[in-house]
Ligand binder design. Structure first.
Ligand SMILES: C[S@@+](CC[C@H](N)C(=O)[O-])C[C@H]1O[C@@H](n2cnc3c(N)ncnc32)[C@H](O)[C@@H]1O
Length: 323
């Protein structure tokens, strides 16, 4: 699984220039004069609609990637939702975006490119979350060690061992803590946590570190996957204009998102997903009601009235959901 993850990262959007998309648009435009006229009229209509849209204007003012972000304030490409998610979660949290298309994630957001309908892709995402969670726990522990009250004389060596941090559990944390502890122990590693470089401190000898590494690989396999606080899905495939087909496709995406949420959300965690309204959404809502304590259907003001899209907002994942 780890090697699969590495492969994904190699093909992840970080190195794909956005210019490729522009190039594709240019090719379409050069096909035939009629296509150019039709597309230019449509593009003028689109520009006028965008220009008149208060959410588009406000998104521009706030430097957000698109107007989609406002759906959250009342998916990951191009990335407005993740920009807002990052802003709301604070410096010690992690935002991961998944999209089938290559896209440059906003700074500080990690990303995986893949089809979320595929169980193998979801497994890669889970593996990546597990790895990041383990690194974040390590970094958090280091910050707590730093903030522990000074140990009584003669106990200094013992107090710096990771297993003796309980006295510091209630202490405040600061970003500089890791480097200060590292100065005492001598070894600092930089790990990529949520797109940011986090200092991970090793307070053990290399032999101990190796022993622990082996042990933690074994323990990781048993680790509970439920480390996620919020799953939000704005996934939508290209719509066909055929209502039932679009509805069915969106229900498949919602089901994949909910399956993932069931496997990864902590008890009390929340879930949001976009859906295309239709015959099957009642069944999906019933399923949500078996997993979460409150479920709402939402059509935000920022969602165009003529669109059949709406959102389910599900609050408080039950400890022992029925499904
Ligand atoms: C409405 S856009 C998301 C906009 C995003 N919330 C934002 O703030 O920028 C829908 C996205 O869902 C993605 N998508 C559609 N089907 C998908 C799939 N099977 N797996 C992963 N992403 C998918 C599309 O590529 C598209 O970027």
């Amino acid at each position: 699984m780890a090697s699969l993850c590495r492969i994904t990262r190699r093909i992840s959007p970080f190195h794909i220039p956005l210019g490729i998309v522009t190039g594709m648009e240019c090719r379409v435009q050069s096909l035939a004069p009629q296509t150019r006229c039709a597309s230019s009229a449509a593009s003028t209509r689109w520009k006028t609609r965008q220009g008149n849209d208060p959410y588009t204007r406000e998104a521009k003012l706030q430097g957000l990637k698109s107007r989609a972000a406002f759906k959250l304030l009342e998916g990951f490409a191009p990335g407005s939702w993740s920009q807002v998610a990052l802003e709301r979660t604070g410096p010690y949290n992690h935002v991961l975006g998944i999209d089938i298309l290559p896209a440059q994630p906003p700074r500080g957001v990690s990303s995986v490119q893949g089809n979320f309908l595929s169980p193998a892709v979801r497994a890669i995402v889970k593996e990546s979350l597990r790895e990041t969670h383990a690194r974040m726990k390590e970094a958090d522990r280091a910050r707590r060690v730093k903030k522990a009250p000074p140990a009584p004389k003669g106990a200094a060596a013992a107090a710096s061992r990771p297993e003796d941090v309980s006295a510091a559990e209630e202490a405040e944390t600061t970003p500089s803590a890791a480097s200060d502890v590292a100065a005492e122990s001598g070894v600092v590693e930089l790990a990529d946590v949520g797109g940011r470089k986090e200092e991970v401190v090793r307070t053990m000898s290399y032999i101990d570190m190796e022993k622990r590494e082996t042990k933690s690989v074994v323990e990781d396999a048993k680790l509970d996957d439920r480390v996620v606080d919020v799953v939000i899905s704005d996934m939508m495939m290209n719509t066909s204009g055929i209502s039932f087909r679009d509805h069915a496709g969106s229900m498949d995406l919602c089901t994949a998102a909910l399956t993932f949420a069931c496997e990864t959300l902590r008890p009390g965690g929340n879930f949001v997903c976009k859906f295309y309204q239709g015959a099957e959404d009642k069944n999906f809502e019933r399923r949500l009601n078996t997993v979460f304590s409150r479920v709402y259907r939402v059509k935000p003001d920022s969602s165009r009235k003529e669109s059949k899209e709406a959102y389910f907002v599900a609050i408080g994942r039950n400890k022992n959901p029925l499904s």
